[in-house]
Unconditional design. Structure first.
Length: 54
C-alpha cells in the first residue's frame, strides 16, 4: 500500500476492508490535503524519478 501509515485506517477500519467508494473517498481526501510541494515530492517518491526539486 502506498498511502502513508496515518491514512491506512478510516473510522477504525483498515482501508483495505472498505468498499470501493469509501476507499476512493479516503484517497481523494489524501490528495486534497497535499500542498503543491508535497504532491511533487510524493510523485517523485512513488515513481522514483530522481531529484526534480532544488
Amino acid at each position: 500500500n502506498t498511502l502513508p501509515s496515518e491514512w491506512q485506517m478510516h473510522d477504525g477500519r483498515a482501508i483495505g476492508t472498505l468498499d470501493e467508494t469509501s476507499r476512493a473517498r479516503v484517497i481523494a481526501d489524501y490528495i486534497a490535503s497535499m500542498t503543491d510541494r508535497y504532491a511533487m515530492l510524493e510523485y517523485q517518491r512513488l515513481f522514483e524519478l530522481g531529484p526534480i526539486l532544488r
